[in-house]
Design a protein. Structure first.
Ligand code: SF4
Ligand code: SF4
Length: 466
């Protein structure tokens, strides 16, 4: 059997969004319909709804995701993390990062095209508004060519930009609700901006940045700023599923009916719909955000010319080169192991998470005192109620065979939600029982459930027994 011939496409040496004179080549990608576009629209709608709904959903007395900067607490789906629990974020962030690496090694840049907020809002909110007001890509280009004195241009572009500013302000308001809650946001909205000038200032700047990004900067953020795109070359290989063009089938390009040509009819439809302006026929490129517009566009062309779909497809480079694709390969295992470690530690930490926090600090001054016939060690016991309701705790000490008494913790301690209480306690040991330093534990017991949080410390006394 003859080996299929590979036709090498000319290599692109310029960035599509930069014109020859160095100015910005503003893209007007054409609209597209198809299976992937529909799926992407559904998933983007769901993601936007989740973004809007999360501050409204109450779990454990707080919004499902609430970063309470004032109280220095982070409420996450019913769990409350205080500042001293922030180490958990290391595992959350590393677990998420390795999950992304793992998914990228198998599915390519799927996050960018399907779940990144930049793409979700740009493609499914701003560009939809733009098409609604200005029409399709060719009508937008027509408007581009008109002077600003033209009433059509002034009217349509004016309305579009006003809507862009309103949408940007709405997104920023919802974002702020993640930090001040919906109730807090509403209270700020009905009061004078001067009362919350810092939040108002942030809101104005953030709205300006979003407006700039979605109205003008657009794909440049993916091409110039986003570091994830730069990582693609090290995260993916020839077995990764990516959007690609079947060169063996498509080349040489030529009109329908011409002898000896491949399936690509050179219509350029795949380029016209690309939001980053690239030609996928020149191979997998860093600028490709995996949106799959070109697949849907080419499939429509293939249907029209009655050729099989899939000239541009979502598959591995090996498959397109008629080689075997290996899903499970060393790099996938490495990312999988790292992802599992991060997620396992995170899950274990959250499942053993205490709704109360206890800290024990020795009081400044002398480490111990001799009082009557006792040796005393003084501590501050700080307890934080991290739950959403008022809780009652008792404080106990355990020191094995050492008959240590705790003074100052005879009464139970009532702590309101998210508040802390500090008790000065004295641990006292009869002097004739002193044999040298020993460890003890202080127990904070939840009176309702009996759950305990413990802290260990050392009892200190004089060097000699006398
Ligand atoms: S090449 Fe295709 S998948 Fe990649 S960004 Fe352009 S349209 Fe989207
Ligand atoms: S849409 Fe398909 S047929 Fe048209 S140029 Fe692109 S790859 Fe070729």
């Amino acid at each position: 059997m003859n080996e299929p011939t590979r036709h090498v496409s000319p290599t692109r040496e310029s960035v599509t969004t930069i014109a020859e004179d160095g100015s910005r080549n503003f893209l007007r990608p054409a609209d597209v319909t198809g299976r992937y576009t529909l799926l992407r629209r559904v998933s983007a709608t769901l993601l936007i709804l989740i973004f809007i709904a999360l501050p409204y959903i109450q779990m454990g007395g707080y919004p499902a995701v609430f970063i309470d900067i004032g109280q220095r607490r982070f409420h996450l789906f019913g769990y409350t993390l205080a500042t001293q629990d922030m180490w958990l974020f290391f595992f959350l962030v590393s677990g998420t990062g390795f999950t992304l690496f793992f998914l990228t090694a198998i599915f390519g840049r799927i996050f960018c095209g399907w779940a990144c907020p930049q793409t979700v809002f740009l493609e499914h909110v701003y560009r939809r508004i733009e098409r609604l007001i200005e029409g399709n890509a060719s009508k937008q280009k027509q408007l581009d060519s008109l002077p600003w004195s033209d009433p059509q241009k002034l009217y349509r572009r004016g309305i579009k930009h006003i809507l862009f500013v309103i949408v940007s302000a709405l997104i920023v308001h919802i974002f702020i609700a993640y930090f001040v809650s919906i109730k807090g946001l509403y209270a700020m909205m009905v009061s004078s901006p001067l009362e919350n000038w810092d939040v108002f200032f942030f809101m104005t700047i953030a709205t300006g940045i979003l407006y700039f990004n979605y109205s003008w900067f657009r794909e440049q953020l993916c091409l110039i700023i986003c570091p994830y795109g730069r990582l693609q070359s090290v995260l993916t290989d020839d077995d990764t599923l990516v959007v690609g063009y079947d060169e063996l089938r498509g080349e040489p390009r030529g009109k329908v009916g011409k002898e000896g040509v491949g399936d690509c009819i050179g219509c350029n439809r795949c380029v016209q719909v690309c939001p980053t302006g690239i030609d996928i026929r020149q191979g997998y490129q860093m600028e490709c955000v995996g949106c799959m517009n070109c697949i849907d566009a080419c499939n429509v062309v293939m249907d029209t010319v009655k050729r099989p779909r899939g000239l541009v497809s979502y598959s591995s480079a090996n498959k397109r080169a008629r080689q075997k694709t290996r899903i499970l390969r060393p790099r996938v295992f490495v990312y999988l192991i790292l992802m599992c470690i991060g997620l396992a530690v995170m899950t274990f930490s959250v499942s053993t998470y205490d709704s109360a926090s206890l800290s024990l600090t020795r009081m400044p001054g002398q480490p111990f005192y001799i009082r009557n016939k006792n040796i005393d060690n003084q501590f501050n016991v700080r307890l934080i109620n991290k739950s959403g309701q008022t809780e009652i705790y008792s404080i106990h000490v355990r020191a094995g065979e050492h008959p240590v008494q705790i003074l100052g913790a005879e009464q139970t301690v009532t702590v309101t939600p998210m508040q802390e209480e500090v008790r000065a306690v004295i641990l006292s040991l009869p002097r004739d029982k002193w044999t040298g330093p020993f460890d003890f534990t202080v127990h904070l017991r939840h009176e309702d459930t009996g759950a305990e949080v413990t802290r260990k410390a050392t009892f200190i006394g004089p060097r000699s027994k006398n």
